[in-house]
Design a binder for this molecule. Structure first.
Ligand SMILES: Nc1ncnc2c1ncn2[C@@H]1O[C@H](COP(=O)(O)OP(=O)(O)OP(=O)(O)O)[C@@H](O)[C@H]1O
Ligand SMILES: [Mg+2]
Length: 240
């Protein structure tokens, strides 16, 4: 029997929602509307993993270019270049847009790039941001679901914990861009940036986490100077 162990998320306060951290070896979907902090959450997991927990990590960007990823992180005081030089993290650009052309991306190619970097730095944490890009190039939802299942089962051969970023379109009642991502993931973390009166407040909810209990409900979250902070005993004002 394999016992479930947890990886500290690196997001202050969040691990109390999932009773100690994210289940190792699993695929966790980080989802939410635009600007809710999905990329920050995912990068914080990789950055703190490498910096604080001595767990190297891979950040695969399928949308933003790496210089922009590095710049955004530096606003939180995170020096990704330094960690990259020490082979504690690997930042990989696999975005389909290259030199004005759109290249076809394939889950087997993505997997082989990840797996060679995983070997090189001994990665324990792997982020794909956003996984939705795969869906833009598949012909049907069934094909996407099959691809994602195949991709996840290949990744799970690697000894690591995985975060997939997806997005919730404005005005959608669903949990993801294509409505399949939450079903192929072991866990789902939803980030909010909701209107309360004239203000917007940030929140986080663990919607599912296979194999472990977790706190129920939406909890306040802040985007602070050092990244995201969750308040696991706090209450959100009533959302409109
Ligand atoms: N240094 C910072 N301090 C405070 N807030 C910040 C800082 N940097 C970014 N933000 C806030 O975080 C938001 C973006 O966060 P992030 O890129 O993680 O969100 P996202 O959900 O990945 O967005 P997207 O939908 O564009 O992928 C910004 O719109 C801004 O409100
Ligand atoms: Mg993002």
């Amino acid at each position: 029997m394999t016992l479930l162990t947890k990886a500290r998320s690196g997001v202050e306060g969040f691990d109390e929602l999932v009773i100690g951290g994210l289940p190792r070896g699993q695929t966790i979907l980080v989802t939410g509307g635009t600007g809710t902090g999905k990329s920050t959450f995912a990068m914080q997991f990789v950055y703190k993993g490498a910096k604080v927990y001595d767990e190297p990590g891979i950040y695969v960007s399928l949308e933003e270019k790496i210089p922009s990823v590095v710049r955004n992180a530096s606003a939180y005081g995170w020096d990704l270049d330094a960690l990259q030089k020490k082979d504690k993290i690997a930042l990989i650009d696999l975005s389909p847009a290259v030199a004005g052309q759109i290249r076809k991306i394939d889950v087997t190619d993505i997997y082989s790039t990840i797996s060679s970097q995983w070997k090189r730095i001994g990665a324990k944490r792997i982020v794909i941001d956003p996984i939705t890009v795969l869906g833009l190039q598949t012909e049907s939802l069934l094909q996407l679901r099959t691809d994602l299942i195949r991709f996840s089962s290949m990744l799970k051969e690697l000894d690591a914990t995985f975060l997939y970023v997806t997005e919730i379109p404005e005005d959608s009642q669903g949990l993801s861009r294509f409505g399949v991502e939450e079903f192929i993931s072991d866990g789902v973390v939803v980030l909010y940036y909701s209107r309360v009166g004239g203000l917007r407040v940030r929140g986080v909810e663990v919607r599912k986490m296979r194999g472990t209990s977790h706190k129920e409900g939406t909890f306040p979250m802040k985007m602070g100077e050092g990244g995201l902070v969750v308040f696991p005993t706090g209450k959100l004002p009533k959302l409109s």
